[in-house]
Write a protein that binds this ligand. Structure first.
Ligand code: HEC
Ligand code: HEC
Ligand code: HEC
Ligand code: HEC
Ligand code: HEC
Length: 206
């Protein structure tokens, strides 16, 4: 029954891939079916990932290898562009870019086959689970620590109003201060020259 991948009956058609891999990786398939990326859970026109979007097909690697850990960021990033940009603005992303394998990648926080919306109680990032999730690498993790904004950006007024308005308030203050005193200095300059000339004349007369 070898058919081209585009045929919906083919075992390697995107729709059937999870089922095909499940012949051997059944436990993972079961988890994946309940995640936000499963077409059973999410009805959307956007492309949902299937096994090979994250693992490739003919070059599947051991997942503990450094290049898999580094590469997965780009896999998630092809579909979650904006959020990946914000990841690279924070420490985990910055040190990852410099080649640090141990820094948190997307799946260290979100999970891999069990990804759910972060506010879903079953998500690895829900209020109940997030402390444990960070504890894997930060042994002193507690509720205060997890308040750290892992996707912090000052470009999104809806998600992070404090960062957005603080950024613009501080920028305005900075620009305002420099403009005011810059103008002040420029306007003062001719006056200072005039004053200097007057004092010189006075000295000459004396
Ligand atoms: C959204 C991306 C993504 C999708 C889709 C995905 N995986 Fe994974 N998979 C990962 C990540 C990330 C890891 C590494 C997990 C870890 O080390 O904790 C992993 C690990 C694995 C492993 C080895 C480790 C283990 O947990 O046993 C196997 C086997 C695997 N995946 C198979 C599959 C199969 C089969 C599918 C389709 C049903 C699938 N994956 C779909 C991202 C994905
Ligand atoms: C015929 C059975 C079979 C099928 C079908 C199969 N695999 Fe595997 N897979 C294996 C075996 C066996 C291993 C090696 C396990 C080991 O040595 O720990 C493996 C290893 C893996 C690993 C690396 C696991 C690790 O420990 O890092 C990934 C990822 C993976 N498979 C993904 C897939 C994906 C994706 C598919 C579907 C496109 C798939 N597999 C289909 C049997 C299968
Ligand atoms: C092929 C595209 C694709 C890939 C690859 C992919 N995703 Fe997704 N993801 C989606 C789609 C589509 C949704 C459904 C929700 C939506 O419309 O954004 C989604 C939903 C999510 C959500 C829930 C978003 C919410 O609204 O709260 C998270 C979290 C998530 N993905 C994380 C990841 C991570 C982490 C990876 C990599 C391991 C990954 N995704 C890889 C397409 C993808
Ligand atoms: C896979 C491991 C891993 C996970 C999971 C992880 N981190 Fe990190 N984190 C790191 C590494 C590595 C660094 C860089 C440490 C360094 O070089 O100082 C770091 C740095 C940080 C820093 C910068 C301050 C510091 O301690 O150096 C904060 C804050 C932080 N992480 C918060 C979190 C939060 C919150 C979570 C959970 C949502 C989390 N991390 C999950 C590995 C991880
Ligand atoms: C240190 C832990 C951590 C890492 C690493 C991380 N995230 Fe997140 N992510 C979170 C938390 C916590 C939230 C919920 C709060 C928020 O939105 O800021 C979230 C929210 C999300 C959302 C849903 C919110 C939205 O606005 O759509 C998506 C999608 C997502 N992350 C994808 C990713 C991708 C892709 C990566 C890797 C490039 C990644 N995350 C890396 C912790 C993390």
């Amino acid at each position: 029954m070898e058919l081209p991948a585009s045929d919906t009956l083919s075992s390697i058609n995107p729709k059937n891939i999870p089922h095909t891999c499940s012949n051997c990786h059944y436990g993972i398939y079961e988890k994946f079916q309940k995640s936000i990326h499963s077409p059973k859970i999410t009805k959307t026109d956007k492309k949902l990932p299937t096994c090979y979007d994250c693992h490739k097909s003919h070059s599947i690697e051991r997942v503990e290898r450094g290049d898999f850990r580094q590469g997965i960021i780009n896999q998630c990033g092809t579909c979650h562009e904006d959020v990946t940009k914000t990841y690279f603005e924070t420490l985990h992303g910055k040190v990852s870019k410099l080649g640090e394998v141990t820094a948190a990648k997307c799946y260290d926080c979100h999970g891999s086959h069990n990804i759910l919306k972060p506010d879903d109680p079953k998500s690895t990032l829900s209020r109940q689970n997030v402390v444990e999730t960070c504890k894997a690498c930060h042994p002193n993790s507690n509720h205060k620590f997890v308040g750290y904004l892992t996707h912090a950006t000052h470009h999104d007024p809806e998600k992070y109003p404090y960062l957005f308005y603080t950024f613009w308030a501080m920028t305005l203050l900075l620009v305002g201060t420099f403009t005011f005193f810059g103008l002040h200095t420029i306007l003062w300059f001719p006056r200072a020259l005039k004053e200097k000339r007057r004092l010189n004349k006075k000295k000459l007369k004396e």
